[in-house]
Design a protein around this ligand. Structure first.
Ligand SMILES: [Zn+2]
Length: 332
């Protein structure tokens, strides 16, 4: 799948006509069912492993919707100075949890010229002030060179205090890691939201999406490192409000994802019987095999977190809706 992602990304970057045609026909999805056609276009023969591929949604709004779709900068809230940046060091995709199978969202990184210039100027001034501070510290240490060293007792006390602090921090980390079964933590989310402005941002940056007039076409709700399909979020909210627990929801998805894999496995068996596969003796991949089927499941606490995040987003809107409801009297 990784090789496939790279090939699609390159085709997208090179603005290849066949890919644009395919995207326009499929609402900017590269469906796994189109893989045979895509492989022909790419001159790539890997038809034996078609079942292992996942859908890719391409989020390139400035090409899809024209200039008005250019992702706005989440800092200055304008898209006037926003330009496309080069490829990220990491994967150009974000993996999203779907109803039966995960999919990927592919996008580029953008740079706001105005904000990145401000950041550069700020960094330069900070560096200059750091240098001044370092010079001052050298002068101060030279000045206090003759001062007597601290006593041994004091040193020991200081070390003990530091050790205690470290232990406390480690204990807190352990408690945090025990409370969740997934890397995508609320604390991490808050930390990423409070990061300083860098002048560059991903196509699916939450602040940018909120400002984009075409964000209604974006198919998922993203967290710091993962995402959940919008339809699945709607379903989750409805089920949670009806009394379903997050663990039950996670188990339901486990059932749907594994049964989908079994169906694909049976289809592949049919192909083997028909004699259309080259690798006849090869068994179907296991669910978790990262180089083949690469299935992934989330625990209940992840969905519980997503639900809370969704509720927090709707809170202001729902509050206004309550105020709009008519009433004849107030009961105390
Ligand atoms: Zn900006």
């Amino acid at each position: 799948m990784k090789l496939f992602i790279d090939r699609i990304y390159d085709a997208l970057k090179n603005k290849e006509a066949w890919l644009r045609k395919l995207l326009d026909m499929n609402d900017w999805w590269v469906r796994a069912s189109c893989i045979p056609f895509i492989m022909t276009e790419l001159g790539w023969d890997d038809h034996d492993e078609i079942e292992y591929y996942m859908d890719i949604f391409v989020w390139e709004p400035e090409n899809r919707f024209g200039k008005t779709g250019t992702p706005p900068c989440p800092n200055c809230k304008s898209s006037k100075q926003v330009v496309r940046k080069g490829k990220d060091a990491a994967s150009p995709c974000r993996r999203v949890c779907g109803l039966k199978r995960d999919y990927y969202i592919m996008g580029f990184r953008y740079k706001c010229n105005q904000c990145s210039e401000l950041v550069n100027n700020k960094n330069k001034s900070e560096q200059a002030s750091d240098n001044n501070l370092a010079n001052n510290q050298t002068e101060i240490s030279a000045f206090f060179q003759q001062a007597p060293p601290p006593t041994t007792n004091n040193n020991n006390n200081t070390d003990d205090d530091d050790d205690d602090d470290d232990d406390e921090e480690e204990n807190n980390d352990n408690i945090q890691s025990q409370n969740c079964d997934y890397h995508d933590e609320p604390a991490e989310e808050q930390a990423s939201a409070s990061l300083t402005v860098t002048g560059s941002f991903k196509a699916w940056n939450d602040g940018s999406l909120q400002l984009n007039p075409f964000s209604g076409h974006f198919p998922a709700m993203l967290t710091a490192k993962a995402g959940v399909d919008n339809d699945l979020v709607d379903m989750m909210v409805s089920l949670f409000d009806s009394g379903m627990k997050s663990e039950q929801f996670a188990n339901m998805l486990k059932e749907l994802h594994t049964s989908h894999k079994t169906k694909l496995e049976i289809l592949r068996e049919g192909k083997i019987q028909q004699g259309t596969l080259k690798k006849k003796g090869e068994l179907f991949s296991t669910f978790n095999d990262p180089s083949k089927y690469n299935g992934r499941l989330h625990g209940g606490s992840f969905f519980s977190f997503v639900y809370k995040r969704y509720s927090a987003k709707c809170k202001a809107f729902l509050g206004k809706e309550m105020k709009k409801r008519g009433a004849k009297g107030i009961k105390f």
